[in-house]
Design a protein around this ligand. Structure first.
Ligand code: NAD
Length: 286
């Protein structure tokens, strides 16, 4: 194996420690409200770990569990209450939502200045136009890992595989803001291989186990694997780690790469929200 393994767990622990230190300097504990609709087992696990990370950072966690058949109006009423609650700095509605609920309407109902997931169209617009807002946690985590490998990202060729609103599109915006030359490939791209082969940076966010193999990777490239795929062999990413790590210069493992950064960035965004709401400067090294 030639690639340096990017240790997402260690990066995430360091970020969480910096946030916890910042929180200790605040006059009040930041609050994160997490709303879970239904009993989806994966979502329950995510919500539990978000709650744990919140408490470990010295923040207040407010968990709201609603039944799977909750009326959309009741969910929207809860969001309105959380928007108005001064103890709440961040609001996160765990996705996916049940089919009878219009997720876009719920996300749009969240106060953009408490939208620590960064999914509100106002925050997507802020990211696209370079205004301060909230950046979705997973691509933000990827950027922090990339910055560690490449202190100077400007001019690098980056390929983002996948164009979801949650990962691919905001990732592309972030890399563009860093002055990378960005290509986004997706399910209708004629030849994703040809694009990936040229890239100094590859971010894979598709949801297909082992789609990107070693022979696709330019020697020395940095590979960030966002994919989480449950297979008989356990959790694997969108990148075939065994072959890609022979060729890449640096690579994130799955698990232990991007995943831990996502929650750490959620904690970070909640802290940033509290700072802004208290009129304090946000520390630059976050
Ligand atoms: P999504 O299903 O919303 O989007 C997948 C994207 O992949 C689409 O834009 C689609 O066009 C593209 N795609 C499909 N087939 C392709 C192909 N053959 N070549 C190129 N592109 C193709 O998924 P998502 O929400 O962006 O998540 C992607 C993956 O990342 C999933 O495995 C998900 O579980 C994982 N994920 C991980 C984290 C984390 O914290 N690590 C967070 C969010 C998502």
């Amino acid at each position: 194996m030639s690639a340096r393994i990017i240790d997402g767990k260690a990066h995430a622990a360091a970020l969480r420690a910096r946030v916890a230190e910042g929180v200790r300097g605040l006059a009040r504990a930041p609050g994160l409200a997490v709303v879970l609709v239904g009993e989806d087992p994966a979502s329950s696990v995510y919500v539990r770990s978000k709650g744990r990370a919140t408490r470990e950072a010295g923040m207040r966690g407010f968990e709201h569990r609603l039944p799977a058949d909750v009326a959309q109006a009741d969910l929207l009423a809860l969001v309105a209450r959380l928007n108005a609650d001064p103890a709440v700095d961040g609001i996160l509605v765990q996705l996916p939502l049940p089919a009878h609920i219009d997720a876009a309407q719920v996300i749009t109902a969240i106060d953009p200045d408490k939208d620590v997931d960064g999914f509100h169209p106002v925050n997507a617009g802020r990211l696209a136009t370079g205004l301060p807002g909230f950046v979705p946690c997973t691509p933000l985590g990827c950027l922090l890992l990339l910055r560690d490998v490449h202190p100077h990202l400007a001019g690098l060729e980056a390929v983002v595989v996948g164009r979801s609103n949650i990962v691919g599109k905001p990732m592309a915006q972030l890399l563009l803001t860093e002055s990378c030359t960005v290509t986004v490939t997706h399910s209708r791209t004629r030849d994703t291989f040809a694009h990936v082969r040229q890239a100094d940076i590859v971010v894979a966010a598709v949801g297909m186990a082992g789609l990107i193999r070693g022979e696709w990777i330019k020697p020395g490239a940095t590979v960030i694997d966002v994919g989480i795929n449950r297979t008989d062999a356990g959790l694997v990413g969108d990148v075939d780690f065994a072959s890609a790590s022979e060729v890449a210069g640096a690579i994130t493992p799955v698990p232990g790469g991007v995943g831990p950064m996502t929650i750490a960035c959620l904690i970070r965004n909640t802290y940033v929200s509290a700072c802004r709401r208290e009129g304090l400067d946000v520390p630059k090294d976050l």
